[in-house]
Design a protein around this ligand. Structure first.
Ligand SMILES: CSCCC(=O)C(=O)COP(=O)(O)O
Ligand SMILES: [Zn+2]
Length: 213
């Protein structure tokens, strides 16, 4: 049955909603099936109360292949999920949430990449280095979502980022992973790092690495 992944998405959305990251219908989640199609949240649904009827199955060309509720529409940000799946063939889940911290961090950054503090939690995003110097790419939040998706696709066509995540300014994060469980963890880790970044800023902490020499 192709609907099994929806239970993972429902549980994740409920958790993210409870954390305050998917309030007021914000955010969208998708998970990809072995045939390349993916379940994605229908647009405008309350993410803390999803049921299996609140999803639409799309193919890799962006066409609807299964629609449990006739008048539902796929997420307004489906083009971003398509861009991610197109750029990262191993991605099996793509999660997008809106948190206050992500929005604040995007305002603290002038350029097109958010430098991440060199903290242990980076290992959870696959960064196993001494004093890692990594960043999350930051994209402009155009009103026209396909324009955001186009810039994401063009950027990742050049090369994969150090971490499986991106930030859209004044909007929110998107992560991708080889399973729904891993995408869930990536959202939690990125949000932790952003909370850390805001707290460090409030304490006037210098986040650059300092040796004892
Ligand atoms: C108040 S949410 C505004 C739209 C958005 O950014 C979002 O993530 C939810 O859009 P969807 O069409 O997926 O419900
Ligand atoms: Zn959004």
């Amino acid at each position: 049955m192709s609907g099994d992944l929806r239970s993972d998405l429902i549980a994740a959305a409920k958790h993210f909603y409870d954390r305050g990251w998917m309030v007021g219908t914000a955010g969208n989640l998708s998970a990809r099936l072995p045939d390349g199609s993916f379940w994605i949240t229908a647009s405008g649904r309350a993410k803390g109360q999803l049921t299996e009827q609140d999803f639409i199955r799309m193919n890799s060309d962006g066409a609807i292949v299964e629609q449990p509720v006739a008048d539902s529409r796929p997420s307004a940000e489906t083009s971003i999920h398509l861009a991610v799946y197109n750029c990262f063939p191993d991605a099996k889940a793509c999660y997008h949430v809106h948190s206050i911290e992500a929005n604040l961090v995007s305002r603290l950054t002038v350029g097109d990449a958010v430098p991440l503090p060199a903290i242990e939690m980076l290992k959870g995003l696959g960064v196993w280095e001494e004093n890692p110097q990594v960043s999350i790419p930051l994209f402009t939040n155009y009103l026209e979502v396909p324009k955001i998706a186009k810039e994401i696709g063009e950027f990742f066509a050049i090369g994969a980022p150090s971490v499986p995540a991106l930030l859209i300014r004044d909007h929110g994060i998107t992560v991708w992973a080889d399973s729904p469980a891993a995408a869930y963890n990536y959202v939690e880790i990125v949000e932790y790092i952003f909370r850390y970044t805001i707290a460090a800023r409030q304490l006037n902490l210098d986040l650059r690495f300092e040796s004892r020499d």
